[in-house]
Write a protein that binds this ligand. Sequence first.
Ligand code: SF4
Length: 327
Amino acid sequence: MKAAALKDAVTVRTIGDELRRQFGCRVHKVPVHAGMTCPNRDGRLGAGGCIYCGPGGSQAAWSDPALSVSEQLRTGMAYARRRYKARKFVAYFQPFTNTYGPVEQLAAHWGAAAGEKDIVGLSVGTRPDCLPEDVLALLVRSRDRLPYLCLELGLQSVHDRTLQILRRGHDFAAFEKAVSRARRREIPLCAHVILGLPGETVEDMMTTVRTLLEMGIEGIKLHHLHVLKNTPLAAAYAKGEIALMSMEAYIDVVAEILRLLSGRMVIHRLMGEAPRGHLVAPAWTTRKPEVVTAIYRRLERTEVGPAVPDMPKVTPQVAFILPQDKA
Ligand code: SF4
């Protein structure tokens, strides 16, 4: 049975379904690399970035900052028209921190996207501590031209100890502040969460999702912890200091999350993908269609199923990535 049919067993609202409902056709998100950087990489907050962040900062393989916003969008839209039969598109400003720059520069990027035929919305990925008022106002104004808007906030976990281990450079309180400021301007939000972070139990992960649900965040993007080359996480993994979730454990946890949410948040993603040639582990990262289908199959079962296993405990050496040891 196809995943689309299986998901009816538990209510799952995917972003694809939501966009199709809003625009009456298949809508595809096209990633754009606007050449941004991040305060956690350029020295303002830190120089090494979050421990899992690759040199491309979540860059999609086909987005090239050497090309203009319009060129990237046209290439991406042409591909999505052929591959997915998409008819409308959301410009997704994805790598690094897309609200970290002069507002005039951001206006030029977002304005270029809005000027492209068949672009119906903006999705902007950023950190919770990079939302000045003029940028929030600019986001709101984008709605004069584009009906869809989503501010995607990297959080990963509500637990401050985990955020310190990740070297995020902000705490959960910063996320709460960002949410309340975006709320005042009625900007829809999607929170990015990573499952299987160092030292977290399944209950910690469920607490993160439950907290976001209680805060009324509209959307969530789920990602498993994977190790990319040339990251601090890769060095820790090579020394045996990091344990990764098995595919089976991930499937069980995501199924539990979908049951908890029961359609009360829009699912923007069920697992992450690694840029080709950048992945260290786990190998199952490359089996996304199989994992997603297995998640929906897991939902289909009426029995509770085996207890979701806790993550293995990380070794004491994990202290090497605590914030007092700056990169
Ligand atoms: S905030 Fe995002 S772009 Fe910046 S270092 Fe962390 S993961 Fe990378």
